[in-house]
Design a protein around this ligand. Structure first.
Ligand code: SF4
Ligand code: SF4
Length: 162
């Protein structure tokens, strides 16, 4: 049976091939919300993958700045996903004994409280007009039907024993 570790290793092997396609166009970084205000640059993550220097990135705090918005994947003309590499790096960092930043506990507590990282918010366009989900014909976000089962599964994923 394939373990999660095997999956990471398979993914890691595939990274070289996948990221050979990256031409460093920077569209991922230009759409990245974390790049606008923080030090994360998905283009550099792609470059590290190309140069097979990902192990060095596990000790870099920037890997914890990703907002997991998928913009880098959506904007990439080569369908490469720096986002998935960042998740891989976060997993690898923890597996290697590195503590995750305490700020992640704030997000984890929000998920336990309301099954999502933050309250649903309106979004602004370039003219600063705001839109609700309803305005955009998006369905209402509903939480899990069985919150107790959700919490149990979430704690299991997070490795929490209580
Ligand atoms: S958008 Fe895609 S091709 Fe361009 S730099 Fe980012 S990962 Fe590479
Ligand atoms: S998923 Fe992460 S790296 Fe990609 S654009 Fe969003 S914040 Fe940036």
């Amino acid at each position: 049976m394939e373990t999660q570790q095997d999956t990471w290793e398979l993914f890691y092997e595939d990274l070289d091939t996948l990221f050979e396609e990256c031409n460093q166009c920077g569209k991922c970084s230009s759409g990245c919300p974390a790049a606008r205000v923080l030090a994360l640059r998905p283009r550099k993550i792609a470059l590290a993958a190309q140069r097979q220097r990902l192990d060095e990135m596990t000790i870099n705090e920037v890997i914890w700045l990703c907002a997991q918005c998928h913009q880098c994947l959506e904007r990439c003309p080569r369908e490469i996903s720096p986002y998935e590499v960042i998740i891989y790096l976060q997993n690898l960092a923890v597996k290697n004994g590195k503590e995750h930043p305490r700020d992640l506990d704030i997000m984890s507590n929000a998920v336990k409280r309301m099954s999502r990282i933050q309250e649903v918010q309106e979004i602004l366009d370039r003219e600063f007009d705001d839109y609700s989900r309803d305005d955009l014909d998006l369905p209402e976000l509903v939480g899990p039907k069985d919150m107790a089962a959700f919490l149990k599964a979430f704690k299991k994923i997070m490795g929490e024993t209580d």
